[in-house]
Ligand binder design. Structure first.
Ligand SMILES: Nc1ncnc2c1ncn2[C@@H]1O[C@H](COP(=O)(O)OP(=O)(O)OP(=O)(O)O)[C@@H](O)[C@H]1O
Ligand SMILES: [Mg+2]
Length: 302
């Protein structure tokens, strides 16, 4: 079958089921080809982990999806909008329905955490009263697992883990349907990383989010991702659950998931699942209560 025939055979994008649809994406910087005919569909309500070696173009893919990188070719649809040719109305609608945590955090250093969270609120709801805006910002700070006082601190006064949570609070400012997280646990210690993972899962379940999560962290993949997309050879070479990916005979996938770090993450996940099942038995079969809106043991600096 020729490429042309495949183009014609493509079904229309159903954004009610797939809030992100990327087809035939091509990105290059000069001679440097990053993506070539890359396709990916993200399902509503899932946490999709995006993995791949450093420099394979994970962040560039995220930038293409949110319209910060104009691709050379291909289609990008987000929440039903064509992101390669967005109208002004499209842009306003879609930008108010997603939240983004960039790889570096990207907080405004001259603003407090609370003021950082207020930025998108000011942008999209200019008529909101100061009091309401500040209240919403403080609520998002708490929702992200930070203590109330953190709202009054500047980014330079926070630990790396707290900055990530502050970035998350800002990403949640507009009650998004879609959350983009680029390496949210990079640089955190394992306990802090696990706490952030748990928070992501709880937010997804409580708020019904779809999460596009770029990570190198195998523990994160095992702990919270519904499916994993693997970037290699300038494409998404496979998408599936971890057991589905493990069944594939691709050298990078085998090396990644079956290498020493992959095996230890797998063992940790199995141990965690066994402990949770024991805890559920001794708790009358109930799952431990997830409470995303109140700061819990993660209040500490991570
Ligand atoms: N604005 C830019 N101009 C030129 N080259 C760029 C630009 N942005 C990214 N690149 C290049 O594109 C490639 C992919 O970069 P990207 O940041 O997407 O990698 P990544 O998969 O996110 O890596 P990491 O895991 O290290 O974050 C890299 O070779 C990078 O140097
Ligand atoms: Mg990156």
């Amino acid at each position: 079958m020729s490429d042309d025939v495949q183009e014609v055979a493509r079904p229309p994008v159903d954004s009610s089921e797939a809030p992100i649809v990327v087809r035939g994406l091509r990105n290059a910087f000069g001679e440097h080809l990053i993506h070539d005919d890359l396709s990916l569909e993200v399902r509503k309500g899932e946490i999709i982990g995006v993995v791949g070696g450093s420099g394979t173009g994970k962040s560039v893919l995220m930038r293409s999806i949110i319209g910060l990188q104009q691709p050379e070719a291909g289609e990008v649809h987000v929440l039903g909008h064509d992101m390669t040719r967005p109208s002004e109305a499209d842009e306003i609608d879609v930008r108010s329905r997603w939240g983004v945590l960039f790889q570096g955090g990207a907080l405004f250093s001259t603003l407090t955490v609370g003021e950082n969270v207020e930025v998108p609120l000011k942008q999209f709801y200019p008529d909101m009263t100061d009091t309401l805006r500040q209240e919403i910002a403080r609520f998002k700070v708490r929702l992200s697992g930070l203590a109330d006082e953190a709202a009054f601190k500047y980014p330079s006064e926070l630990s790396g883990g707290m900055r990530k949570r502050a970035g998350l609070a800002r990403a949640l400012a507009l009650d998004p349907e879609l959350l983009f997280l680029d390496e949210p646990t990079a640089g955190l210690d394992p306990i802090g990383a696990a706490a952030f993972d748990q928070l992501t899962r709880e937010l997804k379940e409580t708020l019904g989010l779809t999460v596009f999560l770029i990570t190198h962290d195998l523990d994160t993949l095992y702990a919270i991702c519904d499916r994993v997309a693997v970037l290699a050879d300038k494409k998404v070479i496979a998408v599936g659950t971890i057991p589905e990916l493990l069944a594939l005979d691709h050298p990078w996938i085998q090396e990644y998931f079956n290498g020493p770090r992959g095996r230890s993450a797998q063992a940790a996940e199995q141990k965690g699942a066994a402990e949770q099942s024991e805890a559920a038995k001794s708790n009358g079969g109930r799952k431990p209560l997830a409470n995303a809106s109140a700061p819990g043991p993660d209040d500490r600096e991570i």
